[in-house]
Design a protein around this ligand. Structure first.
Ligand code: URA
Length: 409
């Protein structure tokens, strides 16, 4: 198969066969197809799209690039995945919560993508936490705790592992077929009974409009149905960050508050809305699991089994203390009428919380917390947000960016 011809055919909008897509994906994973060729292919898909048949073929090829889970009979196997947002630390709370409800949760997540944060980067801000567990180890953890949180590996969804990192740095993230195949390959390889998809739209999401989010949701539901999995999609607006913290360690700290029964209302609500769809128990029981400390205990156990220390959870702010921490105060009074998630995500990326190239490390310490929410009254001099930055210059730039993102009337 001549790869340049295949790329050119996609560039011209031709429909490729399942065999061609399968061979391309295999070639990419084995190294025969170069990163620059796959980047060009992803850009061609970004502009020309893929038919439903091509998207299903891409998803299948990506699943087949690695092993799949094989669970024992018994507990319902469930998971959640988000299409990506700002301040979205929901997975950190939902996974242990739903495991406490008696489900088995083999959660395979991704790293930061574009302006959006990634669950794996957040988890790695916990010193020692290993997201690179093998499928055998994941099975053992699941047998013991009912939940594991891990990334794609060289044996589990390797095609997504490579393509995800490539898309992040080549401007090819917001493509419906590529998002569909990326998410559904990971989720279908988990061998689930039920899956809930948190499909975001708005300035801080890859889908800018609700209509596009509906198309994405319908495509993912169709792939799930074809593979015998019950898939629910919840559309959530992402015009404002979730919660009050954006940035890796800062988001883990906020997730811990929620696991302790507190945290911002919007975060708790989205966790409960999504959990309700898959947990097999009602909202009141889920709330109880959050409030009585069970979900927090499960998270602590998970941290320990995956290499972290419970003591460090209470010290994350100290461990990842940014050199410059600055309050941004309001110059006038009024009511907050908007906090632009896209602008906050971009500012967080520029502070170093995300990547510019695939090999870049992320800075766990930087980002924002104490962010105001729409509808809150403000008087002159109130803190609108706290900036955590590596340098004074970065803090200066980020402060200006967040001020421009927050509207007060
Ligand atoms: N989450 C994923 O796993 N993949 C995407 O492409 C977008 C969000």
């Amino acid at each position: 198969m001549h790869i340049p011809t295949l790329i050119a055919r996609k560039r011209e909008g031709e429909e490729l066969s399942a065999d061609e897509i399968g061979r391309l994906v295999n070639g990419y994973v084995s190294g025969d197809v170069a990163d620059y060729q796959m980047s060009a292919f992803a850009m061609a898909v970004y502009f020309k799209g893929m038919s439903a048949v091509e998207t299903a073929a891409l998803t299948r090829a990506m699943i087949a690039s690695g092993d799949v889970f094989d669970h024992p009979a018994g507990a319902a196997v469930v998971d959640k995945h988000s299409t990506g947002g700002i301040g979205d630390k929901v997975s950190l709370i939902l996974a242990p919560l739903v495991a406490c409800a008696g489900c088995r949760v083999p959660m395979v997540s991704g790293r930061g993508l574009g302006i959006t944060g990634g669950t794996l980067d957040k988890l790695e801000s916990i010193p020692g936490f290993r997201v690179g567990v093998s499928i055998e180890e994941a099975d053992e953890i699941l047998d013991q705790l009912g939940v594991v949180m891990m990334g794609q590996t060289d044996r589990f969804c390797p095609a997504d592992k490579k393509l995800y990192a490539l898309r992040d740095v080549t401007g090819t993230v917001p493509s419906i077929p590529l998002i569909t195949a990326s998410i559904m390959s990971k989720k279908m390889a988990e061998t689930l009974d039920r899956l809930v998809l948190d499909v975001k739209y708005g300035t801080g999401a890859f889908m800018k409009t609700k209509a596009d989010a509906e198309v994405l949701a319908a495509g993912m539901i169709a792939v799930g149905k074809e593979m015998g999995v019950e898939v629910f999609a919840v559309l959530n607006e992402m015009s404002e960050p979730t919660g009050r913290a954006v940035g890796n360690a800062l988001e883990v700290i906020e997730a811990l508050e929620c696991l302790d029964g507190g945290g911002p209302d919007d975060l708790r609500n989205v966790v409960l809305d999504l959990s309700e769809k898959i947990a097999g128990i009602g909202r009141a029981e889920l709330e109880k699991i959050l409030d009585d400390g069970s979900a927090r205990r499960k998270f602590d156990e998970l941290v320990v089994i995956q290499g972290g220390k419970v003591e460090d959870l209470g010290r994350l702010a100290e461990i990842h203390k940014a050199p410059v921490i600055r309050d941004v105060v309001s110059e006038n009074g009024g009511t907050v009428c908007g906090v632009d998630a896209g602008k906050i995500g971009q500012a967080s990326l520029e502070l170093g919380a995300g990547r510019a190239k695939a090999t870049d490390p992320v800075d766990f310490a930087v980002g924002f917390d104490k962010l105001v929410k729409s509808g809150e009254p403000i008087v002159q001099g109130d803190v609108l947000v706290r900036v955590h930055a590596r340098t004074e210059k970065d803090a200066e730039k980020a402060s200006a960016a967040v001020l421009a993102a927050i509207s007060i009337a």
